[in-house]
Ligand binder design. Structure first.
Ligand code: ARG
Ligand code: ZN
Length: 850
C-alpha cells in the first residue's frame, strides 16, 4: 500500500509466468485477529515461458513456514511477495500464513462485515490471503477446507463434505485466483432450484443476514430469468451443482462474479416494495444478470492480464443490457444507457483521466474499473454487432466459446474470432480499443437533383498521452423522413472509415429531413447545426424512439443554454407546448414519456458550455434549471391533474416495466405539482405511500421546495433500522439541498450517529450526493472542494479503493473559471501531499493534476 515509488505496469511488458499450477489445496482456520491459511500448491514449469524466476505475490501476510516437496525452505520476503529457489521439474509448495480479517478496512482480501467473513479478490486481493502467482493467466483447480464455528461455510464450486465446524468445497473448473471466494457466518438462505436446458438440477441459494430473508425473492427470480436467458440467447448452460449468492453490507463495488459464489453489495441484491425503488429493482435485476453472465464471459473464458479487463467487462455489460432490453423496454433501456454514458463516461474521456478501453499502463488496476472500460467497452461490442449483423454476431460468439473455453484471452483473440467469421480486416476497428477520447462527428447536408447527400467529418480531440488521433470506424444509422413525416428511407447503416466521407441517397422527390445516429449507433458527440424547426419536426415524427427523445433533449439543452448565457429571457414556450402534446399522448409508454420530461443535468450543461468555449458558472446553470422547471410547471398547470390521474396504479405493487413507467411519469408530474401547491400533493403521497418509489419521490419533491422537515423526521423514524433505506435518507437531503446548504448539510450528516465512514455505501450516500449537487459542490468559496478533500484523505487511510474512486469528483476541474480551478487544484494538491497516501489515490490525483 505505501510504496515509496509507485511502479507503472505496461501491457507491452507482458510475459507468461514460469510455472503452471496443477491444483491448489487451501485450509482456512478462521479467527478475527489470527486466521491461519495453509496452502498446498502443485507447480510445474510452464513450457511456454522462458523466465524461471519463482516469485509469489503476497501482501500483509505473516509467513509462519514454507516447504518445497516436504523440506523446509526460507524464501526471500519483500512487502510485495516472496522469491525462492525451486527444483527444475514439478514440485509441491506448502506454506502457512497468518492474517487479521477484523482489521482489514480496505475490504480487499479476507475481511469481516457485521461479524461475517467474506472475500473480495478481484483484481489483486488473493495475495492478501496467501502467497500465490496472483495473475489471471494462472488458472488452477481449487479444493478448500474452511474451519470455524459458523453455521454457514461457503467457497467456490460444489460442496464435498462438511461436519461440525468445518466444510470442504471443490471447484472442478480451473480458475484464476481473482475468482476465489470464501464466506462464513450466521446466515440464512432463500433457496430455489433451476433445471438447465440439458436437464441438470442446480441448487440456488441467496444467503443473507437473519432479518433480510424477506428481501430475496426478487433477486432469485432475476437469477432464474438470467439463467434461462443465457441458455436461450447465447446457448450457455450453468456448469456446477450449486449457485450461491451472498449479500454483504460492506462492499467496495456492486458485486463480484466468483465462481459459483457470487458476492453482492447488499444494495445490489436485497429488495422489497417497501424499501426499494423501481430504479433499485431494475438495477438489481441487471447486476444479478451481469454477475451470472460472467460465468461464461469472464470465468470460463477469462483475461490474460488486467489490461484485457474490457474483454470480460465490456462484453458482460453488453450482455446484461441486451437482457434488460428483452425483459423490459428496449428504447427506454437504450435512452437510459446513453444518459448514463454521457453523465459518467464522456466526462472521463474528455478530461485528464481519459484512457483507452484497453489501457496500456497503470499503477493500480483498481483505478481502471471505469465507465470507459465497462460502458464504452460495451458500446464497442454494440458497434461490432451493428457492423456484422445479428446472425454473424451469434456465429462469432459461438466460435468464441468453442475456441477459447478454459483460456485466458486477449482483445486480439476476441477480434480474430470476428475476422475469421466475417473475413473482414478489423485492424481499423481495433482503434476503438487503443485510442482514447470521444470522437466528435460533424454532419453537413445537401439536396440536389433528387439526391440527398450527408457529409460527415470526424475528429477526436487530443487526450493524455495521445496527441494525434486517427479516423475510427463509425457505424452511423440514418433514416430519412419526408416533410409530411413519412419515412422515405428506413434505417440504413452507413459505415464511415475516413476522416471525411459523404453518402448519397438518390431518387427523392423532395428534400427529406434526416434522422442521424439513430439508436445512438456510435458513442460520439454529434455536432449538427439542426434548426429548432427540424428538431420539433423530429420530436413529432421520427420513427426512431431514441432520436425522437434526442431531438427533444437537444431542444431542452438549447433552451437552457440560451437562458444561462442570457440569449433568451426564459424557456422556449413554443417547444414546451409541443412537448406537452407529446406527453399527453396516452398511447405512448409512460416510461418513455417520463424520459422526455428529463432535463440535461447541470454537469452536462456545464460540459456543453465548455465545449462551446463558454466558461460555465454553476450558479447561473442552477438558476436557469430552476426557472425552467418553474415555468414549465406553471405553463402545464391545467393539464397536470389529468395527467397525474392517468399514472395511478391500482393493482398491487409489481416492480415490472409497466408499473415502473407509470410511477416514473407520476414522479415527474408530482415534482411539477409541488412547485404550484406548496407540496400538498407530495405530502399526501408521502403520508399514504405503501412503496418506496412513491415515498421517496414525494420526499425529494418536498426537499426541492424546502418543505420536507417533518417528512424527513418521519422517514428517519420509520426506517432507522434499515441501512439501505437510511442510505437514501442521507443521500437525498444533500443531493436535493439548495446549493448554498449542501456542504453544511453533508457536514451535519457526518455527525449523525448512523454515519459510518467505513461503510462504502454510507460514505458514498453522503459524499457522492455532495459531488452530485453541482452548484453546491462548486460553491464559489471552495467549501465543497475542501470538505470532500478532507474526507477523502481520512477515508484513504482506511479504504484506498473507494477513496481513489471518489477522487474523480474533481476530474472536470479544468472546465471552470480560474478561481474555482485554483481552489480545486489546491484541494487535489493537498490530497497528493498527504503523507502515506495510497498508491490508488496517488495515481488518481497525479493524473488529474498532470
Ligand atoms: N468484476 C466485478 C463486476 O464487474 C467488479 C469487480 C471490481 N473490482 C474492483 N477492484 N474494482 O461485477
Ligand atoms: Zn463485471
Amino acid at each position: 500500500m505505501k510504496d515509496a515509488a509507485p511502479q507503472t505496469v505496461y501491457l507491452a511488458d507482458y510475459t507468461p509466468f514460469g510455472y503452471g499450477v496443477e491444483d491448489v489445496h487451501l485450509t482456512v482456520r478462521l479467527d478475527p485477529g489470527k486466521t491461519r491459511v495453509q496452502s498446498r500448491i502443485r507447480f510445474a514449469p510452464n513450457p511456454e515461458a522462458q523466465d524461471r524466476d519463482f516469485f509469489l505475490h503476497g501482501e500483509e501476510l505473516t509467513l509462519l513456514w514454507a516447504k518445497i516437496d516436504g523440506a523446509a525452505v526460507t524464501p526471500q520476503l519483500s512487502d510485495q511477495g516472496l522469491r525462492c529457489t525451486v527444483p527444475d521439474g514439478p514440485f509441491i509448495w506448502e506454506a502457512e500464513v497468518e492474517i487479521a480479517p477484523e482489521s482489514n478496512t480496505a475490504l480487499e482480501g479476507l475481511y469481516m462485515s457485521n461479524g461475517m467473513y467474506c472475500t473480495q479478490c478481484e483484481a489483486e486481493g488473493f495475495r492478501k490471503i496467501t502467497f500465490y502467482p496472483d495473475r489471471p493467466d494462472v488458472m488452477a483447480v481449487f479444493t478448500v477446507r474452511i474451519e470455524g464455528p459458523h453455521p454457514v461455510l461457503l467457497s467456490n464450486g460444489n460442496p464435498v463434505d462438511s461436519g461440525e465446524g468445518w466444510a470442504e468445497w471443490h471447484d472442478p473448473w480451473p480458475k484464476p485466483a481473482y475468482l476465489f471466494a470464501l464466506v462464513a457466518g450466521d446466515l440464512v438462505n432463500h433457496p430455489d432450484r433451476f433445471t438447465t436446458m440439458s436437464g441438470k438440477e442446480v441448487e440456488l441459494n441467496i444467503w443473507v443476514r437473519p432479518g433480510d430473508e424477506g428481501k430475496c425473492a426478487f433477486g432469485m427470480q432475476a437469477l432464474k430469468a438470467s439463467m434461462r436467458w443465457d441458455e436461450e440467447v447465447y446457448g450457455r448452460e450453468y456448469d456446477l451443482d450449486i449457485f450461491n449468492v451472498v449479500a454483504v453490507d460492506d462492499f467496495n463495488m456492486g458485486a463480484m462474479e466468483n465462481k459459483g459464489l457470487n458476492i453482492f453489495n447488499s444494495a445490489a441484491v436485497l429488495a422489497s416494495p417497501e424499501t426499494s425503488t423501481d430504479a433499485n429493482f431494475e438495477r438489481i435485476e441487471a447486476i444479478i444478470a451481469h454477475e451470472y453472465f460472467h460465468n461464461w464471459t469472464g470465468n470460463r473464458i477469462t483475461c490474460r492480464d488486467w489490461f484485457q479487463l474490457c474483454l470480460k467487462e465490456g462484453l458482460t455489460v453488453y450482455r446484461d443490457s441486451e437482457f434488460t432490453s428483452d425483459m423490459r423496454s428496449a428504447p427506454v433501456k437504450r435512452i437510459g444507457d446513453v444518459i448514463d454514458l454521457r453523465a459518467r463516461q464522456f466526462p472521463e474521456d474528455q478530461g485528464p483521466l481519459s484512457h483507452p478501453v484497453r489501457p496500456e499502463s497503470f499503477q493500480e488496476i483498481n483505478n481502471f474499473y471505469t465507465a470507459t472500460v465497462y460502458e464504452k467497452g460495451a458500446e464497442v461490442i454494440g458497434m461490432l454487432k451493428r457492423l456484422v449483423g445479428d446472425e454473424v454476431y451469434a456465429k462469432a460468439l459461438t466460435l468464441y466459446f468453442d475456441r477459447h473455453d478454459g483460456q485466458a484471452c486477449t482483445i486480439e483473440d476476441w477480434l480474430k474470432v470476428f475476422e475469421d467469421v466475417t473475413g473482414r480486416d478489423l485492424t481499423q476497428f481495433k482503434r476503438w480499443y487503443s485510442q482514447s477520447g470521444t470522437p466528435h462527428l460533424q454532419v453537413a447536408e445537401r439536396f440536389e437533383n433528387g439526391t440527398f447527400t450527408l457529409t460527415f467529418k470526424q475528429r477526436t480531440p487530443p487526450t493524455p498521452g495521445q496527441d494525434e488521433k486517427l479516423p475510427q470506424v463509425l457505424p452511423i444509422a440514418v433514416g430519412l423522413l419526408s416533410p409530411s413525416g413519412d419515412e422515405v428511407v428506413p434505417t440504413t447503416l452507413l459505415e464511415m472509415t475516413e476522416a471525411e466521407q459523404s453518402f448519397d441517397f438518390g431518387g427523392l422527390s423532395e428534400r427529406p429531413v434526416a434522422s442521424v445516429l439513430r439508436g445512438f449507433s456510435a458513442p460520439v458527440v454529434l455536432e449538427r447545426a439542426a434548426s429548432r424547426q427540424e428538431r420539433l419536426f423530429l420530436l413529432a415524427h421520427d420513427t426512431d424512439p431514441f432520436n425522437r427523445w434526442e431531438a427533444n433533449r437537444a431542444l431542452a439543452q438549447e433552451s437552457l443554454i440560451a437562458s444561462i448565457t442570457g440569449a433568451e429571457a426564459g424557456p422556449d414556450t413554443a417547444w414546451l407546448s409541443a412537448l406537452l402534446e407529446v406527453v399527453k399522448n396516452a398511447a405512448q409508454d409512460p416510461a418513455y414519456r417520463a424520459l422526455l420530461l428529463g432535463l440535461p443535468s447541470q454537469s452536462e450543461l456545464a460540459q456543453a458550455l465548455h465545449q462551446r468555449g463558454v466558461t460555465p458558472d454553476p450558479d447561473s446553470i442552477h438558476a436557469a434549471a430552476e426557472a425552467h422547471r418553474q415555468t414549465r410547471a406553471e405553463l402545464w398547470q391545467a393539464d397536470l391533474p389529468m395527467l397525474a390521474r392517468e399514472t395511478e396504479v391500482t393493482a398491487p405493487f409489481r416492480p415490472d416495466a409497466e408499473q415502473a413507467g407509470k410511477r416514473a411519469l407520476g414522479s415527474s408530474l408530482l415534482a411539477m405539482q409541488s412547485r404550484l401547491d406548496g407540496g400538498a400533493a407530495a405530502q399526501a403521497q408521502f403520508d399514504g405511500a405503501d412503496n418506496m418509489t412513491a415515498q421517496l419521490s414525494a420526499l425529494t419533491s418536498l426537499i426541492t421546495i424546502g418543505a420536507a422537515d417533518s417528512a424527513l423526521r418521519a422517514f428517519e423514524k420509520q426506517w432507522r433500522h434499515d441501512r439501505l433505506v437510511m442510505d437514501k435518507w442521507f443521500g437525498v437531503q444533500i443531493a436535493y439541498a439548495p446549493p448554498a446548504m449542501a456542504v453544511e448539510m453533508a457536514g451535519l450528516l457526518t455527525e449523525h450517529p448512523a454515519f459510518d465512514m467505513k461503510n462504502p455505501n454510507r460514505f458514498r450516500a453522503v459524499f457522492g450526493a455532495l459531488a452530485g449537487n453541482h452548484a453546491g459542490f462548486h460553491r464559489a468559496d471552495g467549501a465543497g472542494y475542501d470538505q470532500l478533500a478532507d474526507w477523502l484523505i481520512k477515508l484513504d487511510a482506511k479504504n484506498p479503493q473507494t477513496a481513489a474512486r471518489m477522487c474523480s469528483a474533481f476530474q472536470t476541474w479544468r472546465r471552470y473559471d480560474a478561481d474555482r480551478q485554483a481552489r480545486m487544484r489546491a484541494a487535489l494538491t493537498r490530497i497528493a501531499d498527504t503523507p502515506g497516501l495510497s498508491r490508488d489515490s496517488t495515481e488518481m490525483v497525479t493524473r488529474m493534476l498532470g
